[in-house]
Design a protein. Structure first.
Lengths: 384, 384
């Protein structure tokens, strides 16, 4: 059997997920062709990637680039994500800018390997509805959602419960008080995963886990009451699915994002990739689990509340978190202020809250949040 | 959606698996109808079960029974297993006597919920070939094979490796020397599972795990080199499947045979059964794993060797083990003698070894082994 070559567009190719996607593509170069690459401001890396993969189309946000990229056709992200030549779109860009290309790809009926959490969190209902209309497949790349997806594959009965595992981040066991004083350096030291800065901070606050809860709710059509979180410091078991008969399935793997990325790209097949690490049971003597102390992680609570409210609240949550993490990374606010700022913005948004928002409403809520966040932290003169 | 009622024949209804099968049927009484029940010599229990489930057909091996069972139609096991009124045949009888009804059910194209290991171990190739011909489904009931089956459900790519978990039985950590002196009472105390005596002793010698390795090889068409064993004392993870991409799936559940029994009966659906226990992650703080010391468990080595040789060797292995365990339970031989006796018989069988045996050859090898085992232990005058 000769398998067709899948043609990919990688939206956000210079970030952590984008780079690892291209590592997978390089390992399985007979199975994939890169049609499009879009980067942000890291033009040096983008140039290297473009030289290597020779895509048909490129895009980059920072316009101050030199002539070397001029040989390639410049195509905006949404056009690239919906281009007829593309089979699978990898949404590897973090934050709010993942929404538009995701929606474009979904509307065009593409296979969408989705690593961006915010698109589903802020506009999950719209995206899922569009996917149903167009026949697009949303293939989760997050390790937890990939695990759940793998466990559900072939099952005829919906899950009774989903248990998202959480490493607990670098501050597992810290009290709420201790957490107010942690430094950026400490927060960036994730015990098990190599990830971008934003996601690493989100892992330390457990906002990341909160976004994953919302994502699971949207993606697997399962109520919040049936989603729980279990601390599992080794990050070997990526999540559990419990079924109605009491049987539980888990997906395990060495914590390496290339594995869920590859699964999304090769699905429904699995392919040998000698670059990918294997679990070594000679060395795994135990797997540990503990209950989560929700009180230490206010961001997680805020996320779940916003997810349950729905409407524009998750957009406010995501935008507020993006800005708050930026302020934390630039030492404008402390670790504990991340949750405080998000909470304040969610509260302020009550008067503007839309229960059935359009994409425009969601983007307005996002813009409103960013502006108000800046105003709250830096004062009136910095907001435009 | 109104679901059809499945009509069951339970071959070996008075043993541990048989009783638990009927517990599941009672819990899901709107989904199953017991058409046939076959017991061995425990007529008192059989009578109770027959009164409760009112099957169309019954069978029992011990003919010295009273008049109360005479209202039911007596039908031999093979006829019952292939009767047109039966949808699913549960083979719950242990040892060599599972082979004939399994084969009859498979030839008749039934769904066969197979708890008996020996049928597949001694005649796996014939059974699998017959199932392919008739369209029969073999639905494994062993917790390990049920786990593997559940993990493979929906997968398009064959497993790269199967890891059978093993509690290690009551003698985990014992040296080969210590093992020669263990009592029957010690051997019957299994740490995690409630099972019949034969299986409990097989779990203590790890013969059980050896038979499971052979069963996995036959059932999942995977080479012996790709099957490994991992000690997992809690018996929560029932087995792992590793895929070619490095992803691993596991099935977990409280150690209770009713769960894999029910899965085989309700497949491809899963049904709520409030009688079945759930994993409680508040109480599971760790799952432990260790490598197996093969040297302490010669029965396991003998089983894997016999499985690799194939032909009539697995029949000799199973029959020798059955007799050896009987002799051990009746205090005729010591724990360490179980492996010695099996090894002696496998060696003696070399001259009679058939590589492509028929069912008759397999049954002759079985009979030859039992006779010779008795001769070896009790001397010439006891063999007929």
């Amino acid at each position: 059997m000769v398998d067709a070559i899948k043609k990919l567009a990688v939206i956000g190719c210079t970030g952590s997920i984008g780079r690892q996607t291209l590592e997978v593509v390089r390992s399985l170069s007979d199975r994939f062709k890169v049609i499009g690459l879009t980067g942000g401001s890291n033009i040096t890396l983008l140039k290297k990637q473009v030289d290597k993969f020779k895509p048909q189309f490129i895009y980059y946000r920072d316009k101050k680039t030199d002539a070397q990229l001029e040989n390639y056709e410049f195509l905006p992200e949404e056009a690239m994500a919906s281009h007829p030549d593309v089979d699978t779109v990898v949404i590897a860009t973090p934050g709010g800018c993942g929404l538009k290309p995701t929606l474009a790809a979904v509307k065009a009926g593409k296979d969408v390997a989705l690593a961006n959490k915010e698109a589903l969190v802020t506009a999950g209902e719209i995206i899922i509805a569009e996917a149903k209309k167009s026949g697009a497949h949303i293939l989760p790349v997050d390790s937890e959602h990939s695990a759940i997806w793998q466990c559900l594959e072939g099952e005829k009965t919906p899950p009774a419960r989903i248990i998202l595992t959480a490493s607990g981040g670098p501050f597992l066991g810290y009290t709420a008080k201790q957490l107010t004083e942690v430094t950026v350096e400490q927060a960036l030291k994730h015990p098990t995963w190599r990830m971008g800065k934003k996601v690493t901070i989100d892992s330390a606050t457990l906002m990341n886990k909160g976004l994953e809860v919302i994502e699971a709710n949207r993606l697997f059509d399962i109520s919040f009451e049936k989603i729980s979180i279990l601390i599992h410091p080794q990050s070997i078991i990526h999540s559990f699915v419990e079924f109605i008969d009491g049987s539980t399935k888990a997906q395990l793997g060495w914590p390496d994002m290339r594995l869920p990325i590859q699964y999304a790209l090769t699905y429904p097949e699995r392919l040998l990739n000698i670059q990918l690490p294997r679990l070594d049971w000679d060395k795994i003597n135990q797997l540990n689990f503990e209950q989560l102390n929700m009180d230490s992680f206010p961001c997680l609570k805020l996320a779940i509340e916003a997810g349950k409210r729905g409407g524009t609240m998750p957009a406010v949550l995501c935008a507020a978190d993006e800005v708050a993490v930026d302020f934390y990374l630039s030492n404008h606010i402390g670790f504990g202020d991340i949750a405080n700022l998000i909470q304040q913005l969610l509260k302020q948004h009550e008067t503007l809250f839309e229960t059935q928002p359009t994409i425009d409403d969601i983007q307005n809520a996002d813009a409103w949040t960013r502006e108000n966040a800046i105003r709250l932290v830096l004062g009136e003169k910095h907001a435009n």
